[in-house]
Ligand binder design. Structure first.
Ligand code: TYD
Length: 140
């Protein structure tokens, strides 16, 4: 499980502040930020893996279940704590299921948007896992 606890500064009277820095707190430099919002409860998004991209996800408001699948093992992680996030590395098929209306998913990524880095077909993903695509970095 790739959860990362973030610093949490403050108290219940004045509220809290959390933060992280590229390299210092997450294992990559940040090139892109995006966020997903206005999503009704129950919706499942994602359904893809990345060839190279590394991402860090956190939920500043609400509750979102992240399902991760490396082609062999599956796990689910509940994101409902603004001072905790998860690292979604390359080679992981992932989905995000909204547990509460309007939960917000924030993401920082190691690279710019590139559709050719996506694998959007699950059978293609399983084939690449079997071929050892992510065990041999020289292939990509
Ligand atoms: P996608 O990553 O497929 O989102 P989700 O899995 O949550 O549905 O992105 C949806 C669309 O948004 C994609 O087709 C292109 C666009 N997009 C960008 O242009 N830049 C980005 O940084 C991201 C993440 C998506």
């Amino acid at each position: 499980m790739n959860t990362i606890d973030l610093r949490k500064v403050g108290n219940h009277s004045v509220g809290f502040l959390s933060f992280f820095e590229g390299i210092n707190h997450i294992p990559f430099d940040i090139k892109r930020v995006y966020y997903i919002y206005g999503v009704p409860k129950g919706i499942v998004r994602g359904h893809h893996a990345h060839k190279n991209l590394l991402q860090f996800l956190w939920c500043p408001y609400g509750s979102i279940i992240i399902a991760l699948d490396n082609g062999v093992k599956k796990e689910k992680i509940l994101l409902d704590n603004p001072s905790e996030g998860i690292l979604v590395e390359n080679g992981l098929w992932h989905t995000m299921q909204w547990g509460i209306d309007n939960s917000v998913l924030c993401v920082v990524a190691s690279d710019y948007y590139d559709e050719s880095d996506y694998i959007r077909n699950y059978d293609d993903f399983l084939r690449l896992v079997k071929e050892g695509y992510w065990n041999e970095p020289e292939k990509h």
